[in-house]
Design a protein around this ligand. Structure first.
Ligand code: NAG
Ligand code: NAG
Length: 495
């Protein structure tokens, strides 16, 4: 129509001129819009953080983008031993273990001890659990785990007994603090101890085995131990499943949020951002008085800028909203007591009112058996977190790592790991007024997390600037990402 207007032979009427001018104007306006949009798309690709996007719209995220697992490219868990692997024989050397730490530190430590017993040709005695840690839980192994299942599942790998044989109860034991992140050859050397002792007592089980450079069969054994053998006890397992069913009955899909905004964590990390002076002081005193926390003087600002602080409830709210989760999303809070209670939590519930706790899902009567047993309530949170559609940890602790690893193992279920360092910069810009909530914030946060949703990738090696033994400490944990040893494309080892 615009074209035809230009070529009319006779002089146009004033009305037609007006119409033509409007059409020409509209045409150029459309061209202008088209090019600015193109420019913005290119711009988004070129730089990470598009700060001016007044033309782009916050399109509603498709449901699949929010809730579905990332593509796993045919990768599956694989834990079967290789053809070189021999079945265990009954060894008359025994290893007793005192497992230390919270629930997940103990779980991964126990899986490692299964591997260590195998390397050292020892019969493993069911480990003792930590009763003295911060959590003061008196639960025994069989309160938390299915003991018989543990023994039977691993019978081809390691001989496991409930107790040390009576006649060995009083023989002298080699008491060992094995070195951390040790290799296979370290434990092979340790078999020298069998010349003098029939029983070795391992005083600590956490991180006693390296993440990398171990034989494939040892790595696969660690996976069989953690993911197949170390099942929770029947009461925990069935109650956990029941809570998952109740969550599903409420809304179908849910996010499990490991909101590690608890007193011990804030005190340990020295993170007092957003807290009152009294609260900060309370946390400082707790840190001073906890002997086994070595670092006492902490600059909270520096901690936060370095990305070492758990995200606050408010920050998590902004984060999830920016990722596109609608306010009606069902969110299960996997955590103990939130520090400051409803005061701090309100900043999250104001954005996501559909937040539930164990206490919302179960009656006091039902929970009574588990409360006062921190490890058992942690186990319930673990089950609910592994089964969730989306898992979001606010901090990278033992629980977050273990849940993420198991979700990868079970088929790369969606785990969104916040880039805390990057996010803190963005949150500070929000606070300074350099940035506002809305579509541009959404773009920044979504770009930042595009590759942080739990899709398959190889386990990360050590940080580049580290040297010597410190390198081992900076490697990604084997149990956070058992790929490639226990996740593979080949059908050969499926199982
Ligand atoms: C463990 O026992 C097997 C035979 O059962 C033997 O071949 C192997 O050398 C032993 N390993 C160690 C580290 O002693
Ligand atoms: C903490 O670190 C920040 C940033 O480096 C600095 O500005 C501040 O003065 C420090 N505070 C204390 C109490 O040292």
């Amino acid at each position: 129509m615009v074209q035809r207007g230009y070529h009319r032979p006779r002089p146009p009427s004033p009305h037609a001129i007006k119409l033509n001018l409007i059409l020409i104007f509209a045409f150029f306006f459309l061209v202008f819009i088209f090019y600015t949009r193109q420019w913005h798309l290119l711009d988004d690709q070129r730089k990470q953080q598009p700060f001016s996007d007044e033309h782009s719209q916050t399109d509603r995220m498709p449901d699949a983008e929010l809730w579905d697992a990332p593509p796993s490219y045919g990768l599956r868990s694989c834990v079967k031993p290789t053809s070189r692997y021999k079945a265990a024989t009954g060894w008359d050397h025994y290893m007793t273990v005192r497992s230390n730490g919270g629930l997940n530190q103990m779980r991964t430590g126990i899986a490692d001890m299964v591997a260590v017993a195998r390397i050292m040709n020892a019969t493993l005695v069911i480990p003792q659990l930590d009763k003295r840690s911060f959590w003061h839980d008196s639960s025994t192994f069989s309160d938390i785990f299915d003991e018989l299942h543990f023994i039977e599942t691993l019978q081809e790998d390691v001989k496991i007994v409930k107790e040390l044989p009576q006649e060995l109860a009083n023989v002298p034991r080699a008491r060992k603090h094995f070195t951390s992140w040790a290799s296979t050859s370290y434990y092979e050397d340790m078999t020298q101890l069998w010349k003098e002792y029939q029983v070795i007592h391992v005083a600590k089980s956490d991180s006693r085995l390296a993440n990398n450079d171990l034989p494939l069969d040892i790595q696969r054994l660690r996976c069989r131990a953690l993911y197949h053998a170390l099942r929770f006890s029947p009461p925990i397992e069935s109650f956990g499943k029941k809570l998952v069913e109740r969550l599903r009955a409420r809304g179908g899909k849910y996010i499990a949020l490991h909101l590690r905004y608890e007193k011990d964590m804030l005190s340990f990390t020295g993170c007092s951002y957003g807290l009152t002076d009294e609260e900060s002081e309370e946390l400082r005193i707790m840190r001073e008085n906890t002997n086994h926390w070595k670092v006492k003087k902490i600059n909270s600002t520096e901690q936060r800028l370095g990305g070492f602080c758990p995200l606050t409830p408010k920050e998590i709210g902004i984060f999830l909203q920016a990722l596109g989760y609608p306010p009606s999303s069902l969110i299960y809070i996997a955590a103990g007591e939130i520090y400051g209670g409803s005061t701090h939590l309100l900043e999250l519930t104001s954005r996501f009112p559909n937040i539930v706790f164990k206490e919302t899902l179960a009656t006091q009567e039902e929970l009574r058996a588990f409360t006062n047993h921190a490890s058992q309530t942690a186990a319930l949170d673990y089950v609910i977190s592994v089964e969730s559609d989306v898992f979001v940890p606010s901090y990278s602790g033992n629980m977050a790592r273990a849940v993420e690893g198991q979700r990868r193992f079970l088929g790369h279920r969606k785990t969104i790991t916040p880039d805390r360092k990057g996010l803190v910069e963005v949150f500070d810009m929000l606070e300074n007024g350099q940035q506002t909530e809305g579509s541009s914030l959404s773009d920044i946060i979504q770009t930042m997390h595009k590759n942080r949703k739990g899709a398959p990738r190889r386990r990360r090696g050590p940080l580049p600037e580290t040297k010597g033994r410190a390198r081992l400490r900076t490697e990604e944990s084997f149990y956070e990402n058992p790929y490639p040893e226990c996740i593979c494309a080949s059908k050969k080892y499926l199982g």
